[in-house]
Design a protein around this ligand. Structure first.
Ligand code: ADP
Ligand code: MG
Length: 372
């Protein structure tokens, strides 16, 4: 099916939500339209926290890039720093963050913030509201006053239809004490809340955790569809099935805050077998990647054993992976990372020129003022 992605959008109206409220009743779903494509680049992102007087490194130099239309998945065991990195990319991390994170070669600013949707891991919803009410209240709070009440209502209706929530639109969300909609539906409501502002950059923290594999697949299909309209999507994910893994365009693999892979999802296995970590049996690529991030080499007998020896072994595997990544990637990094065409994006055309030095603002500034 052909998708309609508008080629040019006038920049004069600043709020992203305004753009799809124009009278185009017969046009295809507005969710296919991302209006201001954002290319996100992050380079050598380091994050440290002070714990009991000692500095602990949470992120140890993570680099990558996502273009509009792509889905970047962040994989890694629990505690490896996925949420921290995602929070940093969303401009919500306070504290000592160094490295460079740019959005169309600009640092994070209010303009980016208005176009960023962030779906947290836990759905923060009022249990007693229905799905429609939840989205309507969000629309009232987040959409600009220039839209009339009716426009906001029709906007909500379209989001409900697009996310497949029609069947439960009048059901209550529910909470620990009374049943409401299912977990997958809740997750879709949370995504819907972000879709209302029609974000160009969508960040999701473990959108599929706690869901059965079919529902997880359905959610990922929705996310993939949102990306295919020209959005930039970054998602952390826990235990993706192989079907889901193949939907990712790029993967960042983290192990205790260090990066051990960044690149196309399709070549991850090739890369690991090139450095001596290949599995003899066919398995879900995500399983292999997570084992590696935990320091478990494929086909080793003492895979999941406890004990000091096994721990030492895992440490050395992890160390080897980190070293291999550091030595293998710098060349492709500096040359390959930044010279991609930003999908024809032109900031000047969009009236986005600022006084800031292009893209080179160090991120050691406090990002507190940008918190939602
Ligand atoms: N502000 C903080 N203070 C102390 N520890 C933190 C802080 N932020 C993150 N961490 C630690 O950093 C590690 C990575 O956390 P997180 O990004 O949530 O991991 P993941 O999402 O991959 O499970 C964890 O061990 C966590 O305890
Ligand atoms: Mg997390």
């Amino acid at each position: 099916m052909e998708q309609e992605v508008p080629k040019t959008v006038k920049p004069d109206d600043d709020h992203p939500a305004n753009h799809h409220i124009q009278p185009h009743a017969n046009s295809k779903s507005f969710l296919h339209m991302a209006l201001f494509p954002i290319t996100l680049k992050f380079e050598k992102v380091v994050y440290k926290v002070e714990l009991k007087g000692a500095k602990e490194v949470i992120l140890n130099g993570v680099t990558g890039m996502v273009c509009p239309g792509e889905v970047l998945a962040m994989l890694g065991p629990s505690g490896s720093g996925k949420t921290t990195l995602l929070t940093a990319l969303g401009g919500r991390l306070t504290g000592k963050l160094t490295g460079k994170i740019t959005y169309n070669n600009q640092p994070f600013c209010g303009y980016t913030k208005r176009r960023t949707g962030f779906v947290t891991q836990d759905d923060v919803l009022y249990p007693h509201l229905t799905v429609t009410e939840t989205l309507l209240f969000t629309a009232m709070l987040r959409l600009p006053n220039s839209l009339s009440h009716d426009e906001k209502v029709s906007h909500v209706e379209r989001v409900i239809a697009e996310l497949g929530l029609t069947r439960c639109q009048n059901s209550m969300i529910g909470g620990p004490l009374f049943r409401g909609i299912s977990g997958g539906e809740k997750k879709r409501v949370s995504i819907g809340q972000e879709m209302l502002i029609n974000p160009s950059l969508l960040l999701l923290d473990e959108p599929t955790s706690g869901l059965d594999s079919t529902t997880a697949q359905r959610i990922m299909t929705t996310i993939k569809r949102l990306a295919s309209g020209g959005r930039t999507v970054v998602t952390t994910i826990h235990q993706p099935s192989s079907r889901i893994y193949h939907m990712f365009d790029k993967v960042v693999l983290l192990s205790e805050g260090s990066q051990i892979y960044y690149g196309p999802a399709s070549t991850a296995l090739e890369y690991f077998s090139s450095i001596g970590f290949s599995a003899s049996v066919t398995l879900n690529p995500a399983d292999l990647l997570l084992d590696l991030a935990n320091g478990i080499a494929p086909d080793t007998m003492n895979d999941y054993e406890q004990g000091e020896d096994a721990e030492e072994e895992r440490k050395s595997v992890r160390k080897k992976l980190v070293t291999c990544f550091e030595t293998n990637h710098p060349t492709t990094w500096e040359t390959g990372l930044y010279d991609l065409d930003v999908c024809g994006y032109n900031e000047e055309k969009e009236g986005l020129t600022r006084d800031l030095e292009k893209g080179d603002l160090k991120l050691s500034i406090s990002l507190e003022s940008f918190k939602l």
